[in-house]
Design a protein around this ligand. Structure first.
Ligand code: PFF
Length: 448
């Protein structure tokens, strides 16, 4: 390995890792999942699982990356040579490849909405049906492929720039912009007449809505939004110096992720309730209900534009991390190869994503195991690949690594008390694997 790159600062690393975590999961998926699964109860469970299960696994990934200073696959090779463990890294890279192939499709939808909003088409006609419009956009082969292609080119151009000049620089502009833009929207939403009903929906749990299914969906949400199980966080932490405090970094990333989910909820639900819409529109909440909501507000097109822009930033910073892990596994830390491999990987991912992009239009008749191509790609990664990766990572750190080695690495750069360390170790070794096995059972319909 030569020319191993590094983040320039701890804050640069935290913003990039938070940028990976915060994405469609927090801003698109969280509100619609909360909207259809009990609101406050879902939110509370999501916080609980993020703290008890997600963050411990995040720290376990940070440990593996910083300890080895290697990409996802090589990290396992170093720590467990001549075993099958590197397969966990390979699984992560394959999952990342597939995730970006459909994640970029949604990135493209956001670009289409931004274009239509900027050209005045989105709010031109007050009688417009946003449901029809959304259906038309996602079914148009030329539009979805063009938009997905543009989204991938932006991602390639940033990742091609490398760690410090590409991902870190972009994240240090985009993440603060995201927080500020969100604040503007939260104030707008909370000052609408009747906003409190939406706040209550999000923050006041109705315990009668607590079910096993809701709990497990909240657990899956915690995993997806933290980008764990795909070895992304191993790769990101491999670019870290030994002086960085890993536990506090993991807590910062998890905290920001919860905070942005809260802000997304505080933008969407007060507006939805205040204007008499329903919170349970499902996946169309952001693309179908939100424009209708903003259509009723003065300067709504400006506010919706701001919302789309921050959704785009968040989606891009996640996309950078997904492409980065593929590139890192191919270049094995040799930055001379970065430019070429970024283009190759990015183009291959775009091509792989074409069937997903077309699966709402010309390929809508094609079903794989009863699902559309897009849903199938989502299912095998989110419901199988990611939990499986997270399970193996927690088992690897809990059972394969020596506890003293783990303690030594994690306490470098931090003064973690041995009591706290022991609690974390227990969560990774026992609670996380048990919880993941429950997610699996749920994905196979045991709790339907
Ligand atoms: N954490 C990202 C989000 O919430 O949108 C999604 C994600 C990124 C999932 C990277 C998995 C991954 F490997």
């Amino acid at each position: 390995m030569n020319n191993q790159e590094q983040w320039s600062s701890k804050i640069g690393f935290i913003l990039a890792a938070a940028g990976s975590a915060i994405g469609l999961g927090a801003i698109w998926k969280f509100p619609y999942m909360a909207g259809t699964n009990g609101g406050g109860v879902f939110f509370l469970l999501f916080i609980l699982f993020t703290i008890l299960i997600g963050t411990p696994i995040l720290l376990a990934e940070f440990y593996l990356g910083r300890r080895t200073q290697k990409d996802a696959v090589s990290a396992f090779k170093v720590l467990a040579p001549n075993t099958a463990w590197p397969l966990v890294g390979i699984l992560g890279v394959i999952c990342a490849f597939i995730i970006l192939s459909f994640y970029s499709v949604v990135g493209g939808w956001i670009l289409s909405y931004i274009y239509r909003n900027a050209t005045g088409q989105l709010f031109a006609d007050s009688a417009i049906s946003y449901e029809d419009l959304f259906g038309q956009i996602i079914a148009s082969p030329a539009e979805v492929l063009l938009a997905q292609g543009v989204f991938m080119i932006i991602t390639i151009l940033v990742v091609r720039g490398g760690i410090q000049n590409g991902i870190e620089k972009a994240s240090t502009y985009m993440m603060p912009a995201l927080f500020i833009l969100f604040m503007v929207l939260v104030v707008r939403s909370l000052t609408l007449d009747g906003a409190m009903e939406g706040v209550e929906f999000l923050l006041k749990p109705d315990w009668s809505l607590l079910t096993a299914k809701t709990s497990l969906l909240a657990l899956g949400q915690a995993f997806f939004t933290l980008s764990i199980g795909v070895s992304i966080m191993i790769t990101y932490a491999s670019y870290l110096g030994k002086e960085v405090n890993l536990p506090s970094s993991a807590l910062s990333v998890a905290g920001m992720n919860i905070f942005i989910s809260l802000l997304a909820g505080l933008v969407i639900f007060p507006a939805v309730f205040a204007l008499g819409f329903e919170p349970n529109a499902g996946a169309g909440l952001v693309f179908v209900v939100l424009p209708a909501v903003f259509n009723e507000i003065a300067f709504g097109s400006v506010f919706f534009f701001v919302f789309l822009l921050l959704l785009l930033f968040a989606t891009l910073t996640s996309a950078f991390s997904i492409l980065e892990i593929v590139v890192a596994a191919l270049t094995k830390g040799d930055s001379d190869k970065r430019k070429r491999y970024t283009w190759i990987a990015g183009i291959l991912i775009f091509i792989t994503g074409i069937p997903s992009a077309l699966s709402f239009g010309v390929f809508s008749h094609i079903q794989v195991f009863g699902k559309s191509i897009f849903d199938f790609a989502d299912f095998i990664t989110n419901s199988i690949g990611m939990p499986l990766g997270a399970l193996f990572i927690s088992l690897f750190v809990g059972f394969r690594m020596k506890k003293s080695d783990v303690y030594q690495e994690i306490s470098q750069g931090s003064s973690i008390a041995s009591k706290l360390f022991n609690i974390w170790y227990f969560l990774v070794k026992y609670l996380a694997p048990a919880a993941i096995i429950l997610i699996f059972l749920q994905s196979f319909g045991l709790f339907e």
